[in-house]
Design a protein around this ligand. Structure first.
Ligand SMILES: Cc1cc2nc3c(=O)[nH]c(=O)nc-3n(C[C@H](O)[C@H](O)[C@H](O)COP(=O)(O)OP(=O)(O)OC[C@H]3O[C@@H](n4cnc5c(N)ncnc54)[C@H](O)[C@@H]3O)c2cc1C
Length: 288
């Protein structure tokens, strides 16, 4: 057994499975409990054309399989898996192939484009904006910790493009990103308030931070933004208690469900952003 397979039980708290069957079963369970999902076939940072083509083909196969299931899920992708780092035009073509297939096949055809390290933010937004002009079923993630994000939020609102707002999961230097949690929370809330409008483009508020979640609920309430006009998004395996409480309170909640064999970088980000996640993973492994 490889080291990767041996280590997977540890990652399992945050990764639905290494196979699509396991991921589909996880989405079905989430749907039964009142959650929508977004499936992420893990993989990122490819450097060869054949690997980027394989990633596109894997996503097309995923969409075809999902088309045979009546699940409430869309998909999330990373453009670095489609070769954004070395061939942005080809990455856009791969994304557009996925958008067209999703539009024809899926009950929820939306394809979320995750945001990666700061070097990829401008190229990702260029690709998403240009793909959006031809296919409406896509929108990016914006990271509240970046100094550039207020301008990007304004631009996405002007284009009418759906945004998922998160804090940001990559280590960035002070000239690129806010460093203190207080400053990140302040900027997050200001940006969420901008995105939350009665006739806004259905923003996704992606955080497990109870302070921000409560503040966002208050802003939505004060502005008359109906709970059906936005959604909270949380990660598979993180704060299941909070996930259930939001659904019980009548909010729309989408769970980000990563799966596949390329889970190492995703798992490392979860542990890096919060050391306690390693403890939770160990506790799940021990069944307590
Ligand atoms: C759906 C979704 C999609 C995302 N997509 C991206 C993306 O495309 N690009 C990107 O860079 N990042 C992405 N992220 C990650 C994000 O940027 C943050 O790194 C991550 O969500 C941690 O920030 P937080 O606000 O959730 O909580 P944190 O800042 O880690 O924690 C804030 C507070 O929340 C509570 N809390 C958080 N986690 C736990 C826990 N496990 N147990 C108990 N309490 C907890 C604690 O009270 C803590 O003080 C995504 C996050 C989500 C939820």
């Amino acid at each position: 057994m490889s080291l990767q397979r041996w280590a997977f039980p540890l990652a399992r708290r945050f990764v639905a499975g290494e196979s699509l069957d396991e991921a589909i079963a996880a989405v079905q369970r989430l749907n039964d409990d009142g959650f929508a999902a977004t499936l992420d076939l893990l993989g990122e940072d490819v450097h060869r054309t054949e690997d980027a083509d394989r990633a596109r083909n894997d996503h097309l196969a995923l969409i075809e399989t999902l088309g045979h299931h009546a699940l409430d899920t869309n998909i999330s992708i990373k453009l670095s898996a489609f070769g954004l780092g070395f061939a942005p035009d080809a990455a856009r073509e791969r994304l557009e192939a996925v958008l067209a297939a999703a539009a024809h096949t899926l009950r929820d055809p939306f394809v979320r484009v995750d945001m990666e390290g700061s070097a990829l933010v401008a190229p990702t937004l260029d690709v998403v904006t240009s793909a959006f002009a031809r296919h409406r079923n896509t929108g990016p993630v914006l990271q509240a910790y970046l100094h550039r994000t207020p301008a990007d939020v304004t631009s996405m609102i002007e284009h009418g493009i759906r945004v998922r707002l998160c804090k940001g999961a990559y280590k960035e230097p002070p000239d690129v990103a806010l460093q203190s949690m207080h400053a990140i929370r302040v900027q997050y809330l200001a940006l969420a308030a901008q995105l939350l409008a009665p006739r806004g483009a259905y923003p996704a508020i992606a955080t497990h931070d109870p302070l921000l979640i409560e503040a966002v609920k208050r802003v939505a309430d004060q502005r008359g933004v109906a709970p059906s006009a936005f959604e909270f998004q949380l990660l598979y395996g993180v704060r299941p208690d909070l996930q259930r409480a939001l659904v019980a309170d009548g909010y729309r909640v989408r769970i980000y469900v990563p799966f596949g064999t390329r889970w190492a970088k995703y798992f490392r980000r979860r542990v890096t952003e919060r050391r306690a996640n390693l403890f939770f993973a160990l506790r799940s492994l021990l069944g307590r």
